[in-house]
Ligand binder design. Structure first.
Ligand code: NAG
Length: 340
């Protein structure tokens, strides 16, 4: 009897030790384990590979913080938009801004005088240039701060389709590699107006397929630069700080706009009408390709260049006609467009 008892005690001890050991190895509460699993699934979905266990742990901690922020924002449901655990979920907000948002707002030149749409009246109540065939599929700038090139190219693709009837995907890489004699600096940032200026001087821009995107600075291919698939005559600035002027312009063609996209709510935007948080420190170039109203809320339809997995299949609807004259996130501050 005594022998059996000690055997039982021994067995019990082994079980206890085993349980303690596995607890010590995992160190995780069920919630922690669930978040780690979510991170693994997220890594698989977005093809993320880390170079070391340390790197993975660092990235996991950032992922965990971001997921907590996203989940609590969505649970609160206080805003008309939702956030999502997207491809940027293992980046801090600072890393995110540094890698992508390189619109050089502070370098902007004074506004140009003419505005060809100033006398436009009776704009339609909604517009979506995608349905008119003037917008190419959403592109992905990757880890290169050349948002300015994507913004300018989308506007040129738009006016080119409107004037020729042909939608042609045009080359951002040509701007990154070749538009380097002025303020524009490839992956280190630039301005849409300077990109338009380059296209005018170069007498055109080649196609995406002829000069494909590499998400890195490269040397300019003179041969490709000399191939002109689309050209523009000039460019104009939309009068600053007027959403009604911007409306007249967007009613007529896709428009390059600069915005403050620095907040984590923009980083993780998933769907709905975005209402901020954001300021007016312009750091990102995108393209307004329409406008409308949803659930009593007016919005700008904006094409981004962060791939189709971000936002509403690559787009964001941003609140329109806000009380600040600069527009939400400064969208009405530095809008411009090429002319055919
Ligand atoms: C707008 O109308 C005014 C007054 O008729 C005219 O002077 C101006 O040239 C027009 N602007 C454009 C861009 O057509």
């Amino acid at each position: 009897m005594a022998a059996l008892n000690s055997k039982l005690i021994l067995l019990a001890s082994i079980f206890t030790l085993g349980a303690l050991a596995s607890l010590a190895m995992a160190r995780h509460t069920p919630q922690e384990a669930a978040t780690r699993l979510r991170h693994e699934q997220w890594m698989a979905r977005y093809g993320r590979v880390y170079t070391s266990p340390n790197e993975k742990e660092t990235r996991y901690q950032i992922f965990k913080d971001n997921v907590a922020l996203i989940d609590s924002f969505n649970a609160e449901g206080a805003k008309p938009y939702r956030l999502g655990v997207n491809q940027f979920a293992d980046l801090t907000n600072e890393e995110f801004r540094t890698a992508r948002n390189r619109f050089k707002g502070h370098m902007c030149s004074p506004q140009k005088g003419t505005f060809k749409y100033e006398n436009v009246t009776g704009v339609p109540s909604a517009m979506d240039w995608r349905t008119k065939g003037a917008v190419t599929p959403v592109k992905d700038q990757g880890q290169c701060g050349c948002c300015w090139a994507f913004s300018a190219v989308a506007a040129v693709e738009g006016i080119n389709q409107l004037s020729t009837g042909k939608l042609v995907s045009l080359s951002e890489q040509e701007l990154v590699d070749c538009d380097t004699s002025g303020e524009d600096q490839g992956c280190n940032g630039g301005l849409m107006d300077d990109a338009f200026e380059f296209i005018i001087q170069n007498k055109g821009l080649t196609t995406e397929s002829n000069y494909p995107y590499t998400a890195a600075d490269g040397s300019c291919s003179a041969g490709k630069e000399g191939n002109h698939a689309a050209d523009i005559k000039g460019y104009e600035d939309v009068p600053a700080n007027s959403e009604s002027a911007l409306l007249k312009a967007v009613a007529n063609q896709p428009i390059s706009v600069a915005i403050d996209a620095g907040d984590s709510s923009f980083q993780f935007y998933k769907s709905g009408v975005f209402t901020g948080e954001c300021g007016t420190e312009l750091d990102h170039g995108v393209t307004a390709v329409g406008y409308g109203e949803s659930g009593g809320m007016k919005y700008w339809l904006v094409k981004n260049s962060w791939g189709a997995q971000w936002g509403e299949e690559g787009y964001i609807r941003m609140q329109r006609d806000v009380s600040a004259e600069e527009g939400l996130c400064g969208i009405a501050m530095q809008a411009s467009y090429p002319t055919a």
